[in-house]
Design a protein around this ligand. Structure first.
Ligand code: SF4
Ligand code: SF4
Length: 187
């Protein structure tokens, strides 16, 4: 893509290529996949994803749910024999997908965005609020019913707060988020 600068038209750096640069030393050993607790739910394993990034397979990467399912546990990063910044690369893919509108209306994306929204509101996750907002975003009244047995189990064990969400509250971290957007030139 060409962008206009003070010195005339310039080729904009390809953000996917920048992510690929950070993981170009991947030798496909599969340690990241073997370390990832979420890899079973991913459509491409982390090892496969890194190869796709190296090859610049943009369409396949952004149609995938793999990076949305990364929970940033850092285990792959700790164990990668090449010392690659894998968790950061997963986060960079999420940011790029959002910035370029390359995300599809799917459950994994909506859950991730709802999770981030919860952190912005409370500085932590409030399970009841998170699930309420997530179910509302799915716009399917039948979905919550499938989670009822799990919800009851969690409540019985005291793992789920009964505090009702305030759907219209302002976020505790709003100012911080605004500042970051400003620093990143996104405001
Ligand atoms: S652990 Fe590191 S080197 Fe091995 S496949 Fe994953 S990213 Fe590549
Ligand atoms: S940081 Fe993400 S990709 Fe890496 S092991 Fe954890 S969940 Fe899997």
């Amino acid at each position: 893509m060409t962008v206009q600068t003070q010195n005339g038209p310039h080729e904009a750096p390809d953000p996917l290529a920048a992510i690929g640069e950070n993981i170009k030393a991947c030798m496909q050993c599969g340690t990241c996949t073997g370390s990832c607790a979420n890899s079973g739910a991913m459509d491409y394993t982390p090892r496969e994803l890194w190869r796709m990034v190296q090859l610049g397979l943009s369409d396949e990467i952004f149609a995938s749910k793999t990076f949305w399912l990364c929970s940033s546990c850092y285990f792959c990063t700790l164990r990668c024999p090449r010392g690659l910044p894998l968790t950061e690369a997963m986060a960079a893919l999420k940011r790029l997908a959002i910035a370029q509108g390359k995300w599809k209306e799917k459950k994994s994306t909506k859950f991730y965005l709802t999770f981030l929204d919860n952190v912005r509101r409370y500085g932590r996750v409030r399970e009841m609020d998170l699930m309420t907002r997530y179910f509302l975003s799915l716009k399917n009244p039948l979905t919550p019913m499938g989670f009822t047995p799990l919800g009851v189990k969690l409540m019985v064990k005291g793992k789920l707060s009964m505090q009702l969400p305030n759907l219209f509250s302002a976020g505790k971290l709003d100012a911080l988020y605004r500042k970051v957007r400003e620093v990143e030139g996104r405001s």
